[in-house]
Design a protein around this ligand. Structure first.
Ligand code: GH3
Ligand code: MG
Ligand code: MG
Length: 479
């Protein structure tokens, strides 16, 4: 093509434009196409329009909302009814520039589109006195076309980057979860990942216990351990059970659910067609989560469910190994271990060994089942009256033990006496307890768990001999 031909073609296309305009359009085009962020494209586009029409008012009416455009003169189709924006809608549907005459201004509606889709409508408000010429149409059309394409390119790039980030996240978490973490670590890790990737304020991981109730797992964020969350969690749990698939709620206020949070995502954990658990994610702003974030969360949970189930099973097995089946108290092994630990890290401790008095008679009179039930009653009384740091264990048969870490003999004795009196009052059929108490402190560095047990055993023997229904303290230096 010769130089002259090119000139003629340009003449044809831009016959109404002057050389100056063409130069300017050329520069703006270059700039727009080099811009890689979609919000910057919009910024450039608005500047470009204002360069040609400094008196005008520019607004963009977009189809998809994005936080990136918060600081720009951007509105969204969804927010405006079709009625209010009739001309804009016609522009959107036809793809042709429309002029809307109003009483004191006129609005030019210019389609904003790329190759793949229409993204919205550009609205340019100018005074009625401004005459819209052929030249104006050409400038507007050109700017809209170029920026539409630049916008599309930037959007695609942004979406691609987001996908890459999401896939990296899925990949990283799969690796991490396959490395056999403890359940709490798994929950903590996933909570962090979710907070970082979808910017949620609260993340809760739950499992459905044997009776079908929902329970929060350690490692979830704090809100889920407060009473304030229980009603919300209860309602969502019901919904999860009904639907058995992920869902999002845009505004909890409209659902009449009492909570400071308004946006919610919920994803069930399903394994072997059975609902095992769920994840609930919250944010205080309504309409906060995007559909893409919802889908990302769904994939994350889908890929991590098996790891969760394995961790939960593992934990359950460990719990069974350290728990006595009848009483739900700890097993003796576990108690041994904990007292050993306490003797390493605390300054002192008290150990109480209880034995139910005349238990053979209970069995003989009421039968073994009632006997079992009495052991359970006494265990529950010990659990209800102990501190959270104390460790209650089934020593064997109708013998139960309580270890009080970092507690001295004076306090320990008081605790033992209180239990003896509570058990007598609160069991049915009523039984009494005898207790042997032993303690240790830093003054004897040769003391051991076995010696401590022996002292308690001796004291228990003394308590029986002295007439039962009482506690006896064994002094430290007796073995
Ligand atoms: P003492 O006051 O001297 O402790 O008298 P006791 O009758 O309690 O005698 P002892 O401690 O020697 O016997 C405990 C009895 O408790 C023996 C056993 O049959 C019964 N027992 C042990 N474990 C269980 C249990 O799990 N369930 C029931 N029902 N009985 C048990
Ligand atoms: Mg006994
Ligand atoms: Mg007994």
């Amino acid at each position: 093509m010769s130089g002259e031909q090119v000139e003629n073609q340009l003449d044809d296309k831009y016959n109404a434009l002057e050389a100056n305009d063409i130069m300017l359009l050329f520069q703006l085009t270059k700039k727009l196409l080099l811009t890689s962020q979609s919000n910057e494209v919009l910024e450039e586009l608005i500047d470009a329009f204002l360069l040609f029409y400094p008196q005008a008012n520019v607004q963009l009416l977009l189809t998809h909302e994005d936080k990136k455009y918060r600081d720009l003169p951007v509105a969204y189709f969804e927010r405006n009814t079709q009625f209010e924006n009739e001309v804009a809608f016609r522009t959107y549907q036809t793809g042709i520039i429309q002029i809307e005459k109003r009483s004191n201004n006129q609005i030019l509606h210019i389609p904003f589109k790329g190759v793949q889709a229409m993204y919205g409508v550009l609205q340019l408000s100018v005074t009625n006195s401004k005459e819209i010429t052929e030249k104006d149409f050409e400038i507007l059309q050109h700017l809209a076309d170029v920026s539409g394409n630049a916008f599309e390119k930037a959007r695609l790039q942004e979406q691609l980057n987001q996908r890459i980030n999401d896939l990296n996240l899925l990949n990283d978490s799969s690796h991490k979860l396959n490395s056999n973490l403890r359940l709490t670590d798994t929950v903590e890790y996933m909570t962090e990942q979710i907070q970082a990737s979808i910017h949620s304020e609260q993340v809760g991981f739950f499992f459905f216990n044997r009776t079908g109730e929902i329970e929060a797992l350690q490692g979830s964020t704090e809100y889920f351990f407060t009473d304030a969350s229980s009603l919300l969690v209860e309602k969502i749990s019901e919904k999860i059970k009904q639907r058995k698939e992920a869902f999002m709620m845009l505004d909890l206020m409209k659902e009449n659910i009492q909570t400071p949070y308004r946006s919610l995502l919920a994803v069930p954990m399903i394994h072997d067609d059975e609902l095992k658990g769920a994840t609930i994610v919250l944010h205080t702003r309504a309409n906060f989560f995007t559909f893409d974030q919802f889908k990302l969360l769904e994939s994350l949970i889908y890929h991590s469910t098996l790891a969760f189930i394995n961790s939960m099973l593992h934990e359950e097995m460990q719990r069974l190994a350290i728990t006595d089946q009848l009483t739900r108290l700890y097993s003796r092994n576990y108690l041994d271990e904990k007292i050993n630990e306490s003797m390493q890290s605390d300054m002192k401790g008290t150990f109480i060994l209880f034995d139910i008095d005349d238990f053979k008679q209970v069995n003989d009179t009421y039968g073994h089942l009632t006997g079992d039930d009495v052991i359970i009653q006494v265990s529950n009384l010990i659990l209800a009256n102990k501190r959270s740091t104390d460790i209650a264990a089934r020593w064997g048969g109708e013998e139960l033990a309580l270890y009080l870490p970092a507690v001295d003999i004076t306090q320990g004795l008081r605790a033992a006496e209180r239990l003896v009196s509570v058990v007598k009052k609160s069991t049915s059929p009523s039984v009494t307890l005898s207790g042997g108490i032993a303690y240790w402190d830093m003054t004897d560095s040769n003391d051991t768990v076995t010696k401590l047990f022996n002292r308690a055993d001796q004291a228990l023997y003394e308590a029986k001999r002295a007439g039962k229904n009482q506690v006896v303290v064994q002094p430290m230096y007796t073995n």
